[in-house]
Design a protein around this ligand. Structure first.
Ligand SMILES: [Zn+2]
Length: 235
């Protein structure tokens, strides 16, 4: 089965890898292993290129999850895709991905400052938002200061793995109501910022919070009785 080894789960700082085409689908190319993060958990799929040894190059317009653990790489342009079995170099657009890593890590801090249930979220390279299940008023200045204090403290981020059964015994770990952690693979990745946050998360993160840089809450929207939408951007 064409399960793709997802190298970013173990090292989010990998920008490229040598890999092999294992399957061609109408929607894109499946690789044996990849550095491309597929759209999920509010984080966009990576863009970049696939490069063959003879110089042919394809633009990857946003990796997606396929069935059965596949990562699908949709290609732009008219060039015929690489052949099954062909060796290619997979290279992500690093500046965009690094911004996603910074933003994504920042949302963990935002969620630790506002300890309400999370009902949704969206990450881009410029700004992000989280939706909270609360009726309380949220002060953007206070939240900005609290998140920037956590960034300035340069906390480490660590990942570890637990089994589905271990997670079932600790339901309090799941704070995101709309995005359940992916199950069925037998194990789930936990993201921990010691003393700050601990939750299941399959996204890509920076090594320590100082790398995020200063941020600001730009807007708080009232989206109904149980929903406060908080926007945050790089300052
Ligand atoms: Zn995360």
């Amino acid at each position: 089965m064409a399960v793709t080894e997802q190298l970013f789960q173990h090292d989010a700082y990998l920008r490229r890898c040598e890999t092999q085409v294992v399957e061609l689908l109408p929607e894109g190319v499946v690789l044996d292993s990849t550095v491309f993060y597929p759209l999920g958990g509010g984080q966009p799929g990576d863009t970049g290129v696939l490069r063959a040894h003879d110089g042919r190059e394809w633009r990857v317009v946003g990796a997606r999850k396929g069935e059965g653990g596949r990562v699908v790489h949709p290609l732009a342009g008219d060039l015929p895709p690489p052949a099954v079995g062909e060796q290619v170099e997979a290279i992500i657009d690093w500046d965009r991905r690094h911004a996603h890593m910074r933003m994504h890590s920042c949302l963990h801090l935002l969620g630790s400052v506002l300890r309400y249930g999370v009902t949704g979220g969206q990450i881009t390279a410029e700004k992000s938002r989280l939706d909270f299940d609360t009726q309380e008023e949220i002060d953007p200045v206070r939240v900005t200061d609290a998140v920037n204090a956590l960034i300035a403290a340069d906390h480490q981020l660590r990942s570890s793995w637990i089994t589905d059964e271990e997670l079932d015994r600790q339901p309090e770990l799941i704070r995101t109501m709309s995005v359940q952690p992916p199950r069925g693979a037998g194990r789930i990745r936990l993201l921990e910022i010691p003393g700050v946050d601990l939750q299941p998360c399959g996204g890509t993160h920076v090594a320590s919070t100082g790398e995020i840089g200063p941020v600001a809450v730009t807007k708080v929207e009232n989206k109904g009785r149980h929903n406060r939408r908080v926007y945050i951007a790089f300052a």
